[in-house]
Each structure stands twice: as structure tokens, then as C-alpha cells.
Design a protein around this ligand. Sequence first.
Ligand code: GLA
Length: 404
Amino acid sequence: MTVTSARRVDPIAADAVGNSATEAFVQAFGYRPTGVWSAPGRANLIGEHIDYAGGTVLPFALPYVTAAAVSVRADGVVRCVSTHEEQGWEGPVDQVAPGHPTGWASYVAGVLWVLATRGLLSAGVGFDIAIASSVPIGSGLSSSAALECSVALAVAELTGLPTTEPEDRLQLVTAAIRAENEIAGASTGGMDQSVSMLARSGSALLLDCRTFAHSHIPLDPARSGAALMLIDSNTPHQLVGSAYTDRRADIDTAAERLGVASLRSVRDVDAALARLAADGGERLARRARHVLSEMRRVELAVEAMQTDNLRLVGELLSASHASLRDDYEVSTSALDAIVAAALDGGAWGARMIGGGFGGCALVLCAADREEIIAAAVAQTLAAAEHPTPSVYVASPGPPARRLQ
Ligand code: GLA
């Protein structure tokens, strides 16, 4: 019998990612950057597909980061390169617009466009930017938010915008969200940019997506003899596509039919679901049931974390997965197989995270089950002829910051 094991991808130290960005900068532009900034990818403990419904979410920053090496130019031009991409992009800041540029550079240029539109960049200012990253792309760990936030923080600090207070960072969060929604054309909800900018090491970010009010909930599974594992199905995940937008549209329609600004405002859940179903909206009722039940699971998870009841947190993760799979229909057979194999292997709970349709699952287990579960998952996926999974470190890391 061949033994299949998951591929472990340990994080590269942020400083080393920063050094790669600096090298790429020197190679592309022939001089040293003024500074290097980093921003992390994220995982979400619980609160999935509810940020755009005004829900409260509980993500944390990962030790995988994107680094931006940046200098200011005086001619209104932006030039950007990335170690991941063959094609760089170059153009005047004032010609960035929805749909221009496209591809990875839209996340970079989009941030500049928003800041310029808000009058926060002086006319004629431009930038040289080189990107390096250890955030896996297409794994649902928010490589795009990490890219936007590293650039936003770099540009803000280089042009003298304040960045130290949470309110300052929230300005950059909203710039990154608009860049993604309006320039890159992905109608994502804002959780990813918020946690990339506002996270705290050793904590999850409890973020109310209606008001952006937030607090930090200690998340240190090792202290309780537990482990969090991120298992990548290695099946591609794309948000600039229709399925994510369709889910969001369903939730907007459900809110409209119920006459509320967002599903967060629903008080009587049973009555709301009955009303949606009676209107002939069986699908809408299921979509809303995911969102409303997930909002409740977040509250219960926070209570469970406060009493260190990680087994209960695990049960809530598994319930979240079932809801995302059955009611929201954003899981895949590979993600379902990871979750089932992890639970069979003794995990306390597991679920797909992020937008879905591929990407990663998060597993909560006793620390001494980690290896056994990773092996069981790899065997199950191999038997079903799914790609070999990767395992990432899921310890809560720091937010966007200056590295050099
Ligand atoms: C993606 C989006 C987020 C959020 C999640 C699902 O990561 O970028 O805004 O909607 O999906 O919770």
C-alpha cells in the first residue's frame, strides 16, 4: 500500500518574505526601496458568509504574509512587479478605473485609486512597488486582502497618513474593500481586510461587520492541549466568479423580502424563515437559515471560548460546515471529505472556511491527534482520487506592519 501524507507548508519568517520583496524591487527598479511592509492572510474560526449580511465574525491572522517593498515617485506613475507573476504593470495613478488594470495588479492599483479618489494622495504622487508573498494563492486564505493591505499600509505611511490607531487602520480597511469591490470586481464582504489590518497575535478578532466595532478574543489552543490545523484541499478557489456573487444576491433579496436592512436585523428567526419559504423562496429560506444560524453559532462560540470549552467550539465548527454544505451549498466533495475524515480521526470539529468552492478546511483537535488526523485526511483524499492536501500552521499572528 502506498502511504500518502499531507504536505506541510511551514510559514516563512515575515522578514525573509520582506527580503524577497526588496530583492525583487532592486532587480526591477535598480535602487533600494524606502521601506517594506507586510500584511497577513487569514483563517476564520467561525462566522462564514455572514459579513455581507451585517453579521459578527471571528477570524484570525495567519503567519503567512504578503510583503510590499515601496518607494514614492514624483511623476504620478505606479510601477508594480511581483515575484509570483511574470507580468508587472505600469500606468498613471489617475488612469486607474473599474476594470483597469485587470488581474493581480488591480488589487494594488485599486488601493491607490481609492486613496486618490478620497483626496488622500496628492496629485502627481506615484509609487514603485514590488510584492513577495508566502500566502498561498487560491487556497481561500485571503491572499488578495493581504496584497491590498500591505500596499495600503505602505502607501499610507509613506505619504504621512496616520496608521497607528484602530480608526486610522479602519480607513485603510475601507479603502482595501472598495479596491476589491470596485476595481478588482470581487463583491467580497470586508472580513478579510479587517482582520489583516486589525488582528492581534494570539487572538481572534471579534468583528461586527455592521459597525466595524471589534474586540480581541484570546485564541491559544496549545494552552489547552489543543491544536488548530488548516488543511488545503488544493482544489482552486476563485472569488471573482459568479457563485459568490449569487450567494450575496440571495441574501440581499431575502433581506429585501423581509423588509430589513440586513439579515442581522431579523429578530424572530423562525417567523422570518417561514415567511421566506411561504413566498415560494425555498432556496432563499435555506440561504437565510445558514446566515441566521451562523450568527447564533458565533455567539455560542464566543461564550464557549470564554469558558475554554473547546469541545463545544468544535461542535459549532462542524455544525457550521453542515450548514455551509447543505443550506448554503458552497462546499466541495474534497472539503466534505476532509471534514468527515478529520472527525473520524477524532477531531473535536472541522469546517470549510472562507468563500468556499475549494480552498481550506479548519480542524480543531487535541494536540496529540494532529499527525493522526493529517494522515487520515491524506489517505481518504487519495482513496477518492482528490489532490494531495497541504497543511498550514494556524496560529494567530500579528496584523499588517512595517518590516524594514
Ligand atoms: C470571502 C470574502 C469574505 C467573506 C468570506 C465568507 O473570504 O472575501 O468577505 O464573505 O468569503 O465568509
